[in-house]
Ligand binder design. Structure first.
Ligand SMILES: *[C@@H]1O[C@H](CO)[C@@H](O)[C@H](O)[C@H]1NC(C)=O
Ligand SMILES: *[C@@H]1O[C@H](CO)[C@@H](O)[C@H](O)[C@H]1NC(C)=O
Ligand SMILES: *[C@@H]1O[C@H](CO)[C@@H](O)[C@H](O)[C@H]1NC(C)=O
Ligand SMILES: *[C@@H]1O[C@H](CO)[C@@H](O)[C@H](O)[C@H]1NC(C)=O
Ligand SMILES: *[C@@H]1O[C@H](CO)[C@@H](O)[C@H](O)[C@H]1NC(C)=O
Ligand SMILES: *[C@@H]1O[C@H](CO)[C@@H](O)[C@H](O)[C@H]1NC(C)=O
Ligand SMILES: *[C@@H]1O[C@H](CO)[C@@H](O)[C@H](O)[C@H]1NC(C)=O
Ligand SMILES: *[C@@H]1O[C@H](CO)[C@@H](O)[C@H](O)[C@H]1NC(C)=O
Length: 664
């Protein structure tokens, strides 16, 4: 018995990387780290090691934190995790003697009950990071934790019920650099609340109920997150001090006019998406302001005019890299708006109401998204967008463009033109008006043209544009001729001709040496003899066509490289498709739509649909086969009869002999 237990312990010791404590404490110990998480503790376990650096008591049932409860070694703790308990009482002064404690996580407890006692938790002498998130704390309740936290740098009050940040809230925690107030119900911030925090660099006020920021003056702040509030306007102090602000997130508010940003700024990131901007002016006509003010939309403290706005001068944003204006109501974007944005790399104005877009300059811009507007005209100045790589124009009403609009972009790599009304110029005939040139763009690799109502793909449409991906899907009726894709033989990797009502296709895909993925689904193809020799295709989609058989030449060309094949929703024949069925039986071929891959057989002169996987040889016994079977049976029967007669005869004579023998 004793030795068996010893063996068991040896096994446990070998399996677990942790040193096990005495049976009384199931905590896991790794060097100075003690992990007592998720063990349903109601009190802190006794019998903990003498020196602990990190103690994890998260996800237990602790209620009261008193000195008696803490282990004797508690003064050595640097990191104490009490996340997800039911703590509602902390003995005042408890953390005072933990002179090494740097990280204190009290998130997801019931500290609102403690704060209701109106006692201060005492000094947090060495704590640099304090997490009080998810504690149901109301306004001012945080005071009981923050009144004496001289080196506290990072504070999280995420997910509480704070409605107001008072002037003195951070009196006792002057070293704060990061404050997270995400997901509260803040409607008011008293003047002076953050101003004294000279080291403050990151402030997260996202998901609150702040309706207006005027005289923003936190010059040292680097990141300000005000997303998901109810802001109608944002105005910085008009001093000529230099602000350190780099990231300003104003996404998902109700901002009506372009914010008044610090005059001297280093902003690199500005998100104004999902607001109510109707122009990039920083105010509207005076009458409009009055109406909005009366309607309670504009809550300015003072009636002073918005002086930066008085002349409608656009703001200087010389360092801006990223500007998101998507999901607003912009009708126009004057090209002067961008004149100071020398560094801008990404501009998103998708989902607005722009009817035209024209720019000069913006020669650092790499990504431009003007999708889902109402664009009719587009004009890029002669010397504009030299660095543009990705252009999104999908979902506009674009019909006519200057033929060379895209050919003039020297770095363009990816063109998203789907859901427009464009047609493609023939390089042989030259621009005939009303078409765009997509050939001879040596940087173009990705081209999306689905849903354009394309009627023709003139010969050499893409010649000289080394496309990797070409999406021509959902252009029902488009006329694809053998030379439509000429010039793409060595580059094309993925081609989609899905949903084009193609009845036949005469392209020799053997010429496309790098074509890996070919989508021909949702057409009316009756045959796919598309390879004169080898194929490099790894994924082929033939779903939803009119294929009865897959010709042997196609199967032979494909079988070497094909890995994925879609064949569902075709009127396949079960018995005239031996090549296809052999292909499908190969283990390395993946048929994602095998469930809908069916074929037809004639049974008792009726057509029956069965899964291609359940086709058996005997399903396909032809009428000839039956005759053969019948003749075999007849021959066998005759043979049997003959044998029988011979045997009988033989037996008869033998019996005679026998009789004879007995007689003898
Ligand atoms: C915590 O303290 C309260 C009052 O001080 C007491 O009623 C409660 O029983 C204590 N809970 C535990 C688990 O010790
Ligand atoms: C404070 O938080 C920031 C960002 O979350 C982090 O980079 C920094 O290391 C933290 N500082 C301390 C003292 O925990
Ligand atoms: C904060 O400091 C101010 C003056 O320094 C003082 O009047 C105020 O009472 C303090 N508030 C708190 C909550 O400690
Ligand atoms: C601002 O906060 C929101 C919500 O918490 C978050 O999704 C977003 O990434 C933050 N913005 C920045 C610039 O960090
Ligand atoms: C924006 O300001 C310009 C210049 O003052 C003015 O012409 C234009 O009408 C304004 N746009 C809107 C929408 O108020
Ligand atoms: C532009 O913004 C829209 C909406 O927020 C987003 O879906 C899209 O991905 C953005 N475009 C780019 C190029 O990031
Ligand atoms: C687009 O440009 C054409 C001429 O190039 C012009 O006649 C038309 O008014 C413009 N449309 C818009 C909406 O600017
Ligand atoms: C084939 O595609 C058409 C057009 O998208 C669709 O209406 C039809 O349901 C599809 N048929 C099958 C069997 O998937």
């Amino acid at each position: 018995m004793g030795s068996r237990l010893w063996i068991l312990m040896l096994v446990v010791h070998q399996v677990s990387p942790f040193r096990l404590l005495a049976e009384a404490s199931p905590c896991r110990v790794l060097q100075d780290d003690v992990d007592c998480s998720s063990l349903n503790f109601r009190r802190i376990p006794t019998q903990l090691p003498a020196v602990i650096r990190r103690l994890d008591l998260s996800q237990n049932l602790l209620q009261n934190l008193t000195e008696q409860e803490l282990p004797a070694s508690y003064s050595s703790i640097r990191h104490l995790d009490l996340h997800g308990n039911k703590i509602q009482f902390i003995q005042p002064g408890l953390f005072q003697d933990m002179s090494l404690l740097e990280v204190l996580d009290l998130s997801e407890n019931s500290l609102d009950l403690y704060a209701a006692l109106k006692t201060h938790v005492g000094p947090l002498t060495s704590v640099r990071r304090l997490d009080l998130s998810g504690n149901g704390l109301f306004t001012d309740m945080s005071d009981y934790f923050l009144s004496d936290a001289p080196v506290l740098a990072n504070l999280s009050l995420d997910g509480n019920s704070i409605t107001k940040i008072g002037r003195h809230t951070f009196n006792g925690s002057q070293a704060l650099t990061n404050i997270d107030l995400h997901n509260n119900v803040i409607i008011e911030i008293e003047e002076g609340a953050f101003e004294s925090l000279t080291g403050l660099s990151e402030l997260d006020l996202s998901m609150n109920s702040i309706s207006c920021i005027t005289d923003f003056n936190l010059v040292q702040l680097k990141t300000l997150n005000l997303s998901k509030n109810s802001l109608t306007n944002f105005q910085a102090d008009e001093s000529d001090q230099e602000f350190e602000l780099l990231y300003l997130d104003l996404r998902e508010n109700k901002i009506l006019y372009f914010p008044v940003l610090p005059q001297r700024n280093k902003l690199i990131y500005l998100d104004l998406s999902r607001n109510l901007l109707r122009s990039v002016n920083c105010s509207g006509p005076l009458e409009e302001l009055e109406i909005l003010k009366d309607a309670g939309y504009l809550l300015t403290d003072h009636d002073k005019p918005l002086s930066l706005c008085a002349n409608q001068r656009h703001q200087d944003l010389p360092s801006l890299l990223y500007l998101d204006l998507s999901y607003n109501q912009l009708k126009a974007l004057p090209s002067s708006f961008f004149s100071s944005m020398m560094a801008l790399e990404s501009l998103n104005v998708s989902n607005n109401c722009l009817e035209s877009f024209s720019v000069e300059g913006l020669n650092s811009l790499k990504t431009l998204d003007i999708s889902s507007n109402n664009l009719q005209n587009l004009s890029f100045g002669g010397n504009a967008l030299a660095a543009l790589e990705v252009l999104h124009l999908e979902g506009n009403a674009l019909q006519t463009l200057d033929a060379d609009s895209f050919a003039r972009l020297p770095s363009i790599r990816s063109l998203h033109l789907q859901q427009n009304q464009l047609s493609i110029c023939s390089p042989r005939e030259g621009p005939t008006g009303g078409c765009v040139q997509l050939s001879s763009i040596p940087t173009l690799r990705y081209l999306y043209l689905s849903e354009n109502g394309l009627l023709s793909l003139p010969p050499g449409s893409f010649q000289g544009s080394p496309l990797l991906i070409l999406d021509l899907s959902q252009n029902p009726g488009v006329d694809v001729v053998p030379s439509s894709l000429s010039g793409l033989e060595s580059s094309l990797c993925h081609l989609s001709l899905k949903g084009n009502q193609l009845q036949s296709l005469s392209i020799d895909f053997s010429l496309f040496r790098n074509l890996k993925s070919l989508d021909l689904s949702v057409n009316r193809l009756t045959g796919v003899s598309l390879w004169s020799g080898d194929s490099s295709v790894e994924s082929l989609n033939l779903q939803n066509n009119s294929l009865v058989t897959l010709q042997s030449d196609a199967v032979i060309a494909l079988q070497k490289t094909l890995r994925t094949l879609y064949v569902g929703s075709n009127p396949l024949s079960c018995c005239r498709n031996t090549h296809l069925l052999t292909l499908l039986q190969q283990n390395r071929l993946y048929v994602p739509d095998i469930a809908s891959a069916t074929c037809w057989i004639t049974r008792d002169s009726e057509s029956v649909e069965i899964g291609v996987n359940s086709v058996q040889a005997e399903h396909c016994e032809s009428a000839d086969g039956k005759v053969l079977w019948i003749s075999v049976i007849v021959v066998l029967a005759l043979g049997l009869a003959l044998v029988l007669i011979v045997t009988l005869k033989h037996c008869h004579s033998k019996r005679h002999g026998f009789n004879r023998g007995i007689k003898a």
